[in-house]
Design a protein around this ligand. Structure first.
Ligand code: GDP
Length: 309
């Protein structure tokens, strides 16, 4: 419901197309596709995807594969769904087989990193997963207090170290005390701040060092493990700007999934499709509010229904 109401603007953009499709006949094809192209562009699908979708539909109409407005609409939804699922791959969290699984949460300040970490802890708790938080934002002191509040709210354990990185001690404690998951907050940064981006790489390395080694294919060496998941939090209201952010973070630390926040606000749905298609990385969760329950696993079909019911 929240996702649906968040995408009211996107639906409005696409409603013109929906109406035209209701009365579609072959002679209308160019007009409908022009309208569709414009609606996709203003909904942040980006030129590449918008043109690709329109070209695909044009071809299928020309080849006689789509013979009615309803068939065109179904094909449009199928195209968007394929863009979200073919390249993006698996939206499920990968926690691996060894305990503790480490999840690093990264992103720029204000995107919803700390809030998403808190909501994620709440989800884990509800599923009976034993979770430990690491207050790893050494750049913004208030972030630690904010996370402490989330720890209390969700009844989670937390490791805070005011002077040093909290992630390595948290990982070690996680191992020692049998936690299932260690959720690591990291310093919020601007993707253009190279010093801070480098710190993120070093953070990934120290986590890997703290994790117990795993035998390699020969069974005799021990190679450091990396965090199971590196989730990049992207603010859904920033539109196509999130693409550049996603590229830079992925180049520096290797992102395994996205958390798209604020989709209950004024987000335009197309940017979700753009970022998945561009990077081939799945959206794992979406944020649809500020409350504890407002983090949902990403469901591509529900997403398509929310923008084009
Ligand atoms: P950080 O700097 O990346 O850690 O960002 P915060 O977690 O402090 O979030 C910044 C602001 O965005 C806070 O006011 C949050 O309550 C708000 N916020 C985070 N996620 C969502 C969301 O999914 N929807 C809405 N409406 N607000 C959110």
């Amino acid at each position: 419901e929240k996702l649906f109401s968040g995408f009211s603007k996107t639906r409005e953009n696409l409603s013109v197309v929906d109406e035209l499709l209701t009365y579609w006949n072959l002679a209308d094809t160019d007009r409908v596709l022009d309208e569709l192209e414009e609606a996709l562009l203003v909904s942040d699908f980006g030129p590449k995807i918008s043109f690709r979708i329109v070209d695909t539909l044009r071809e299928e109409i020309r080849d006689g594969k789509l013979k009615s407005g309803a068939e065109i609409k179904a094909a449009l939804k199928r195209c968007i769904l394929e863009l979200l699922t073919n390249k993006g791959g698996n939206s499920e969290l990968n926690l691996g087989f060894r305990k503790p699984a480490v999840i690093m949460i990264v992103g720029v300040n204000g995107g919803g990193k700390t809030t998403s970490l808190g909501k994620l802890a709440h989800r884990f708790k509800n599923e009976g997963v034993k979770v430990l938080m690491a207050a790893g934002d050494t750049f913004r002191a208030a972030a630690r207090d904010q996370l402490q509040v989330w720890a209390e709210r969700t009844g989670s354990e937390i490791v805070i170290d005011n002077d040093k990185k909290a992630q390595p001690p948290a990982v070690k404690r996680g191992k020692r005390e049998g936690f299932d998951v260690v959720l690591c907050d990291t310093s919020g940064r601007l993707h253009t701040n190279y010093g801070l981006m480098e710190e993120l790489v070093s953070c990934k390395k120290v986590i890997a060092k703290a994790l117990p080694g795993a035998p390699n294919v020969f069974g005799n060496y021990h190679v450091a493990r990396v965090p199971q998941e590196i989730l990049l939090v992207l603010d859904g209201t920033t539109g196509l700007n999130m693409l550049q952010q996603a590229r830079e973070f992925n180049d520096v630390v290797g992102v395994t999934g996205f958390i798209l926040t604020k989709l209950d606000g004024t987000a335009r749905g197309g940017c979700v499709v753009s970022v998945v298609d561009e990077l081939g990385i799945p959206v794992k969760f979406i944020g649809v509010g500020e409350g504890m329950e407002d983090l949902q696993p990403f469901d591509a079909e529900a997403f398509v229904e929310a923008i084009f019911p």
